[in-house]
Design a protein around this ligand. Structure first.
Ligand code: PLP
Length: 435
């Protein structure tokens, strides 16, 4: 049965004000609640698995700031590390011991990269990785996949249309056609499309970029065999393979999707978890490839706030916890048990929805019984079910991302009791979504 709507009065007032300041009232579009009911909830604070909004509604959070908060909100160790650093200054624009420490933590636990460069966001990490690939290969064209999001830099805001290969159709105004022409977009899980691209644009492709496990347009888990093919065809054609692990890095373990598929990409990009909730991104590769980055090489990339000491302190505290033995195993077991219970309920009630999962990530695919591996397998009309479920979940104190294309995350702060509460709410909400 539907429950009473939660009060959203204060959030609604704040949103009205915010609209005077920001386009659409937000500083990042997906926060605007455009594809779910109501207006955005303005968050006051978070602690552990919980969030509180301006109307003092309490939620168990499965959005986790879109992935970074694998340890939940306000983790005491991260908070203390940040507080300790705050007393020493916020930014120096000069190297610090903290950058070494975070790099050491990463590189000693990740055999896929030898050198790393810190930046301040995932977008910056990917943008720089693309420049590095172009500089290294001396080629211009890049290949990306429909449904993979890599941040908002010009070359990557290009989408696929119909047909095997769509060339140069931008998905944002303001991306010059000349830029878009350098980006080729193909469907995931389509070997022929890749072969065609490499034959049509022989010796012109600098890099193929893929999300480690695509998780921005549903959760599109690829077969190992396809990723191996991708590795081989890039190598055979002198193109670099970039794994964008902004979501999967440190979420599926320190070695992310590279280890999951047992594939050595040429460049890897990171973000989200690496900063413990503060703005940090990074890209890494072999020492040889990284030697092309300035000041060693001629691929320029810089940042006033790169390696920011407060952000580094947060990242170090987070990664120290994550590097403890058994951390990921436990989180994945918890997630698997949670997902299994939801799946059993779906099966028992014969609901037209499937739940996909990897590591501590999960996603509901409505109105399908297929294994979804490409963006075009998702029916936009199926999002109505998510919209309904989302409202019912909020009314029951469960916070999911405000779009059915977004995945959910389990954090180490989610207790068994939290998950039991969430499970009951999800069951009720699913039933209502299908009424
Ligand atoms: N790459 C991937 C795979 C992402 O999921 C995101 C953001 O969601 C980005 C890049 C961009 O990162 P940011 O939002 O930190 O710029």
């Amino acid at each position: 049965m539907a429950t009473k709507d939660i009060s959203r009065e204060k959030s609604a007032q704040l949103f009205e004000k915010a609209k005077n300041y920001f386009p659409g009232g937000v500083n990042s579009p997906v926060r605007a609640f455009k594809s779910v009911y109501g207006s955005p909830l303005f968050i006051e604070r978070g602690d552990g698995s919980r969030l509180w909004d301006a109307d003092n509604n309490e939620f168990i959070d499965f959005c986790c700031s879109w992935g970074p908060l694998i340890l939940g909100h306000n983790n005491p160790e991260i908070r203390e590390a940040v507080q300790a650093q705050l007393g020493k200054g916020l930014s120096f624009g000069a190297p610090t011991r903290l950058e070494n420490e975070l790099a050491d933590l990463i590189l000693t636990h990740n055999k896929y990269i030898e050198k790393i460069r810190f930046v301040s966001s995932g977008t910056e990490a990917v943008m720089s990785a693309i420049r590095l690939a172009r500089g290294y290969t001396n080629r211009s064209k890049i290949v990306k996949f429909e449904g993979c999001y890599h941040g908002h830099s010009d070359s990557l805001l290009v989408k696929a249309g119909s047909g095997l290969v769509t060339f140069g159709e931008t998905s944002s105004a303001g991306v010059p056609k000349a830029f878009a022409d350098e980006t080729i977009v193909i469907a995931l899980n389509d070997k022929e499309a890749l072969e065609k691209v490499f034959s049509d644009f022989k010796d012109q492709i600098a890099t193929v970029i893929i999300e480690g496990i695509p998780a921005n347009n549903g959760l599109l888990i690829q077969d190992k065999e396809y990723i191996q093919f991708l590795r081989k065809i890039t190598k055979d054609n002198g193109a670099l393979l970039i794994f964008d692990e902004v979501i999967t890095g440190f979420r599926l373990g320190f070695e992310g999707a590279a280890k999951y598929y047992d594939i050595q990409p040429d460049i890897l990009t990171y973000g989200k978890i690496i900063g413990g909730g503060m703005p940090v991104g990074a890209y890494g590769a072999s020492s040889e490839i990284m030697s092309n980055i300035s000041p060693d090489g001629n691929v320029y990339q810089a940042g006033t706030l790169s390696g920011n000491p407060v952000a580094m302190a947060a990242g170090i505290a987070a990664l120290r916890i994550l590097s403890q033995p058994g951390f990921y195993e436990k989180l994945e077991q918890t997630t698997q048990a949670f997902v299994n219970e939801i799946q059993s309920f779906i099966t028992e009630k014969q609901l037209d929805v499937k739940i996909f999962t990897v590591g501590s990530i999960f996603w509901f695919a409505f109105a399908t019984s297929e294994r979804i591996q490409r963006a075009d397998q998702i029916d936009p009309n199926s999002m109505l079910y998510y919209k309904k479920m989302h409202r019912e979940l909020l009314n029951r104190g469960i916070y999911f991302g405000p779009s059915g294309y977004e995945v959910g995350f389990i954090s180490a702060a989610h207790t068994e009791a939290d998950l039991a509460t969430a499970l009951a709410a999800i069951k009720d909400s699913l039933l209502i979504a299908f009424e």
